[in-house]
Structures are given as structure tokens and as C-alpha cells.
Design a protein around this ligand. Structure first.
Ligand SMILES: [Fe+2]
Length: 163
């Protein structure tokens, strides 16, 4: 039995969506471990705020990882679970030893920039495949990430720069 027979989606078009979701899954896994590193290694005046913030961000990332993997299964694919395989397709780099808030926030902003670009491409692919549910899931991610960019930029901006 195949899920796609019941979903009424075209197998070939959906195959492109699944491949793109696998790459996104790999990127989210790398981002997750990067966030754990930021949570552990952050130092300085922002410690208490950022240590907690990074924890809530990696928890949120873990639930997105599960959601992407289960979407791949729903579309008839098999989500990868080996980290060694993630590193072959991930477009994000692993980072470690980041203890400054500036460096951590810059890395997160660059990561969001990447996610936003990839998710927009994936939404177009999903729409081509008539896969509105994947498009909707990723639109939700975009909405959260765009808002998060505003907040991270606000956090990184010194108040005197607003004058
Ligand atoms: Fe912790």
C-alpha cells in the first residue's frame, strides 16, 4: 500500500519535494547541534538570557525536525536519521566553540537567511506538485523565522544607533 495512492498526488512531482525536504532535514539537524553548542558555550553578560533562549530555540528546532521527517514519510519517502548522511547533503556548516553572543546571533541570522531562501524554493516546488500541506507547513516556518530575524536584529542593535 502506498500513501500517495490515497493522497491523490503525482509521484514524480512529489519526489522532487521529498528530495528537497531531505536536504532541509539535514540542515535543521546541523542547526540543532549548533544551537546546543551555543547554549552550552555562551559566556558574558547575556548568559542568562541567551542560555535559555538557545534552549527554547533548539526545542523548537527538534519539533520541526520531527515534523519534516514525518512529512517525508507521509509523502511516501524515508527520512534519513544518520548524522553521517546529513553531513553529506547539509548546506549549513557545523560550528563549535562560539562563546560570544554577537557571533552566535550572527550565525543564527545567516542560518535563517539560508532557511528562508531554501523554504521559498521548496514552497514553489510543493505548489507545483499540488502539495499544499507541505507549502503551508513551510510558510509557517517562514513566518516564524522572519519575525525571529526582526527580534534578533533588534537584540543586536545598540539603542544609540536608533537616534
Ligand atoms: Fe541545558
Amino acid at each position: 500500500m502506498k500513501t500517495l495512492n490515497y493522497l491523490n498526488l503525482n509521484e514524480n512531482s512529489v519526489a522532487n519535494v521529498v528530495v528537497a525536504l531531505q536536504s532541509l532535514l539535514a540542515d535543521f539537524q546541523v542547526y540543532y547541534t549548533n544551537l546546543r553548542g551555543f547554549h552550552w558555550e555562551i559566556k558574558g553578560r547575556g548568559f542568562f538570557v541567551l542560555h535559555e533562549k538557545f534552549e527554547s530555540m533548539y526545542d523548537d528546532t527538534a519539533s520541526k525536525i520531527d515534523e519534516i521527517a514525518e512529512r517525508i514519510l507521509t509523502l511516501g519517502g524515508t527520512p534519513e536519521n544518520k548524522f553521517s548522511e546529513y553531513l553529506k547533503v547539509a548546506r549549513l556548516a557545523e560550528v563549535s566553540g562560539v562563546s560570544s553572543s554577537r557571533e552566535a546571533v550572527e550565525n543564527i541570522l545567516e542560518t535563517y537567511k539560508h532557511f528562508i531562501a531554501e523554504e521559498r524554493k521548496l514552497i514553489a516546488l510543493a505548489e507545483e506538485a499540488n502539495d499544499v500541506v507541505t507549502a503551508d507547513m513551510l510558510t509557517g516556518y517562514l513566518k516564524e523565522q522572519e519575525k525571529m530575524i526582526w527580534m534578533l536584529v533588534a537584540f543586536s542593535t545598540r539603542s544609540c544607533e536608533h537616534k
